[in-house]
Unconditional design. Structure first.
Length: 139
């Protein structure tokens, strides 16, 4: 996985990454995120994300988990993915499990999961002032 540090966001993905999810039967496509009906989730090259949140820090073991978690939360914020149905899955089986799979100490992953469950709901809700909003000015 290649990424770069960014101003505003922390990272920019330098190559497309994908995972299999349990989110099947829906097809969603945005500029940088694709979810296929078979559950395959693609995050495309140039996607920007924030990395670790809350009382934690970025490490090699948190990068993939935070990438796919942020992409799923973005789909929820945009109203494309049902937040009530999929938020716990994104926190649990995506964020926590991928971090452990990538070498994170399980106790740290569980603590991060707990904070995201307790305080992360607002991050999955639509924003009144979204970042990167496109403004068109007519002449």
């Amino acid at each position: 996985m290649k990424y770069r540090h960014l101003h505003g966001y922390k990272y920019e993905l330098l190559e497309t990454e994908a995972i299999d999810t349990k989110i099947t039967g829906v097809e969603l496509t945005t500029e940088y995120i694709c979810l296929w009906p078979d559950g395959r989730l693609f995050v495309k090259k140039r996607y920007a994300w924030d990395g670790a949140s809350f009382l934690t820090f970025d490490t090699k073991s948190s990068m993939r988990g935070s990438l796919f978690h942020d992409a799923l939360y973005q789909l929820m914020r945009e109203g494309l993915l049902n937040r009530d149905e999929w938020r716990k899955y994104a926190d649990d089986e995506v964020l926590r499990d991928i971090c452990i799979e990538d070498g994170m100490w399980p106790a740290r992953a569980k603590l991060w999961y707990w904070f995201v469950r307790k305080f992360g709901k607002g991050s999955s809700m639509p924003r009144k002032k979204p970042r990167g909003k496109i403004v068109e000015i007519e002449k």
